[in-house]
Design a protein around this ligand. Sequence first.
Ligand SMILES: Nc1ncnc2c1ncn2[C@@H]1O[C@H](COP(=O)(O)OP(=O)(O)O)[C@@H](O)[C@H]1O
Ligand code: SF4
Ligand SMILES: [Mg+2]
Length: 315
Amino acid sequence: MTDCLLEIDGLTLHRGHKKILDDVKLTLKRGETLALVGESGAGKSTIAMALMGLLDRRAVAIDGSARFNDEVDLFNLPEKEWTRLRGSRLSMVFQDAGTALNPCYTVGSQLMSVLRRKLGLGAKEARERAVELMKDVGINDAVARLSAYPHQLSGGMQQRIMVAIALGCKPDLLFADEPTSALDVTIQAQIVQLILDQTRASGASCIFVLHDLALASQACDRIVVLYAGQVMEAGDCATVLRNPLHPYTRLLKSCVLEIGVEEMTPPEGNVPAYDAMPKGCRFATRCPRALDCCATEKPALIETEGRAIACWNPE
Ligand SMILES: Nc1ncnc2c1ncn2[C@@H]1O[C@H](COP(=O)(O)OP(=O)(O)O)[C@@H](O)[C@H]1O
Ligand code: SF4
Ligand SMILES: [Mg+2]
């Protein structure tokens, strides 16, 4: 077994004639936390959904490979295998727990049903494990809360339940896709910290879609910066954010620092429409360092000593 848990290579995704992801490369080691950052519409959720097998394959065409655990190429899995992996080896915390939880069932029954189905626990064991998990995610009064319906809990509590469900089966990989954007600012940091603590304690790897670059630099081992479906820069998180070499990472960082860290406000200008992208570097229309060749010739993602940059004219 190597220490590489996930290796995505050449991930290209078309929706009709729009190329939503363009040759995305990304690797994740066991136990590593990776921050996936970029403005809204960059393709972060699409990557997560593709890796979870949640995209309608009749509506999208996926090229490239995603080797998981040295064994399988996720993009070539039959649906039966996805059902086995999802929720057990691969798990996800969605943006809005209020809509991800089923309003018709108590949170206890939703948690227990996952534990019974995925881990084969009996009713009594599942209940005991559910209570333990709820305590782990900071829910006081766990026994009483088992019989609560989602709407009877606050947004923060609902998200804690989602974390318990996602980590209950000890997945190898957790996706947390903007897990706090539906929550009050005051509890966002607590939930992020909770997810980091819990994934670390369980030894899981985590791909975290985050807007808070300061938090990413403290909490995540590596970072991948995505713009309009292309990877612009990747590497050690603290190093990349301390000294970004790609003009887009620089712009993103300066913008977030100016505005504060709660929300990633788009840097000036607009991302081109997916059906009107420059052939070369997709950032060319907004880049202060663009050269003549940038719009027509795509820079390769070149990796040197663990730092990867796709740019003809980096800092
Ligand atoms: N179901 C869908 N149908 C058509 N286009 C979509 C769909 N989901 C996402 N997109 C488009 O794909 C692009 C990437 O979206 P997304 O992955 O949600 O970005 P992010 O999570 O980085 O904000 C966007 O341009 C978005 O409009
Ligand atoms: S390749 Fe050119 S347009 Fe793209 S980021 Fe680098 S300098 Fe800017
Ligand atoms: Mg998204």
